[in-house]
Design a binder for this molecule. Structure first.
Ligand code: G6P
Length: 367
C-alpha cells in the first residue's frame, strides 16, 4: 500500500509521532493486559533452557540490542553477548551449546545481519529474529520470528521501528525471566504495568515539540555534539548521536557518562553542546556528577530529565527539557523521543533532506 505523509512535512516526523500507537500495538501482541502478564504464545523452544543469548544487529537496531543486554542480565539473569553483525561474522565467537542467537532488523534484509544469522546457524545456535517487514529473508531463515508492528517505516533514519524493537525485546526479556523463575508474579505485574504506561508517557514527551525546536536552533550552529547517558540510557545516547549525524551531518558522539573523563572531556569548551540523558534513577547522581565536570570546563549542557532530576539545574544549563517521571525499565522508550526530535529539528534548521539523507540507504543489502 502507498503510504502518505499525511499532515506532516516528513515521513520521519510522522513516524516519530506514530510511536505511542505502534508501541502500544506491538506490546499488545505480547502482553495479556487482563492478567498483567507476558504471553508470547507457543514457542518451539523452552526459554528456561537457554544458557546464553547472543544479540546481533546493525545501526539503530544494534542499539536496541544493547538496551536488551542490560535488561536480559538484570531481569532474566541470562548472560548476553552483543555483536555488531559485520564484526560477529569474522571474529570466531565462542558460542554456548544450545544458545539463542537473536538478530534484530527492521528490514530483515541487511546483508551483514543475514550473513550473521547463517553463521550462527552453522554454529548450531537456535535462531530467533525481531523483524518489522513480513516475509523478509531473515524471517524465512529463522526458527522463531517476533514481529514488530511499527507498520511501514519510510524515513531512512529509523525511529518507530526502534521503539517497537525495544518493546518486543522487553517482553522477550520478561518471558525469559519468567521461564527461568527469576521473576515473581508481582514483579512481572510491575514491569508489565510500566510497559503499559509507556505509550502515554511517550505522548506527553511529544507535546514538548516547541522546546526541542528551540534547542535545535542552537545545536544547528555546533560542529560537534556529545550525548551522555548511563545504564539503559547509554545506548540511547549512542542512538542520539547516530540519529543526529545521519540527518543533520553534524559530528556527534555518544558516551557512557562515566567515560567522559577518559577522553572526550578534552573536547569540551563553550562550543560543544553536551546532551545529558539523566532520568532520576538509582544512577542519577553519578550522571549528574559527570555533567558537573562538563559545566566546570565551560561546557554547555542540554539536560533532559524529569521534574525531580531538573531541580537545581534549571539555571546552569543551556537548556533543560522536562519529561514525565518513568520507571527506569521503560526509560529507553521514553528518552528515544527527545533524541529523535532533537535530531529532526536540528536537521530542519540546517535544511538537510531529512527523509533521504545523503550517502545512506534504508536497507543495506551489500556487505
Ligand atoms: C541502515 C539504515 C538504518 C538501520 C540499519 C539497520 O543503515 O539506514 O536506519 O538502522 O540499516 O537496518 P535493519 O533493517 O537491519 O534494522
Amino acid at each position: 500500500a502507498l503510504v502518505s505523509k499525511g499532515n506532516y512535512n516528513h515521513f520521519m516526523l510522522k513516524e516519530i509521532h506514530e510511536q505511542p500507537i505502534v508501541v502500544a500495538q506491538t506490546l499488545g501482541k505480547y502482553i495479556d493486559y487482563s492478567k498483567r502478564s507476558i504471553d508470547l504464545g507457543d514457542l518451539p523452544i523452552d526459554l528456561s533452557q537457554i544458557p546464553r543469548v547472543t544479540l546481533i544487529a546493525c545501526g539503530t537496531s544494534y542499539y536496541a540490542a544493547m538496551v536488551a543486554k542490560y535488561w536480559f542480565e538484570k531481569i532474566a539473569k541470562v548472560p548476553v553477548d552483543l555483536d555488531i553483525a559485520s564484526e560477529f561474522r569474522y571474529r570466531d565467537a565462542v558460542m554456548a551449546e544450545g544458545g539463542l542467537t537473536l538478530l534484530i532488523s527492521q528490514s530483515g534484509e541487511t546483508a551483514d545481519t543475514l550473513a550473521a544469522l547463517r553463521h550462527a546457524k552453522e554454529k548450531g545456535q537456535i535462531i530467533a529474529t525481531i523483524i518489522n517487514v513480513d516475509g523478509s529473508s531473515m524471517a524465512r531463515e529463522s526458527e522463531m520470528v517476533f514481529h514488530t508492528y511499527a507498520g511501514p517505516e519510510i524515513g531512512v533514519a529509523s525511529t518507530k521501528a526502534f521503539t517497537c524493537q525495544l518493546s518486543v525485546l522487553a517482553c522477550l526479556v520478561l518471558a525469559t525471566a519468567k521461564a527461568k523463575q527469576s521473576l515473581s508474579q508481582e514483579d512481572e505485574q510491575q514491569y508489565v504495568k510500566a510497559l503499559e504506561e509507556a505509550p502515554s508517557l511517550m505522548s506527553m514527551a511529544l507535546t514538548k515539540e516547541d522546546q526541542f525546536k528551540t534547542v535545535a536552533r542552537d545545536l544547528a550552529k555546533a560542529r560537534d555534539i556529545l550525548f551522555l547517558g548511563r545504564g539503559v540510557d547509554y545506548p540511547i545516547a549512542l542512538e542520539g548521536a547516530l540519529k543526529l549525524k545521519e540527518i543533520s551531518y553534524i559530528h556527534a558522539e555518544g558516551y557512557a557518562a562515566g567515560e567522559m573523563k577518559h577522553g572526550p572531556i578534552a573536547l569540551i569548551d563553550e562550543n560543544v553542546p553536551v546532551i545529558v540523558l539523566a532520568p532520576s534513577s538509582e544512577i542519577y547522581e553519578k550522571t549528574i556528577s559527570n555533567m558537573q565536570e562538563v559545566l566546570a570546563r565551560g561546557g554547555k549542557i542540554v539536560l533532559i530529565s524529569d521534574d525531580a532530576g531538573l531541580q537545581g539545574y534549571r539555571d546552569d544549563s543551556l537548556a533543560t527539557i522536562e519529561l514525565p517521571k518513568a520507571k527506569s525499565f521503560i526509560s529507553p522508550l521514553l528518552y528515544s523521543i527527545p533524541i529523535q526530535l532533537l535530531a529532526y529539528y536540528t536537521a530542519i534548521a540546517k535544511g538537510t533532506d531529512v527523509d533521504q539523507p545523503r550517502n545512506l540507504a534504508k536497507s543495506v543489502t551489500v556487505e
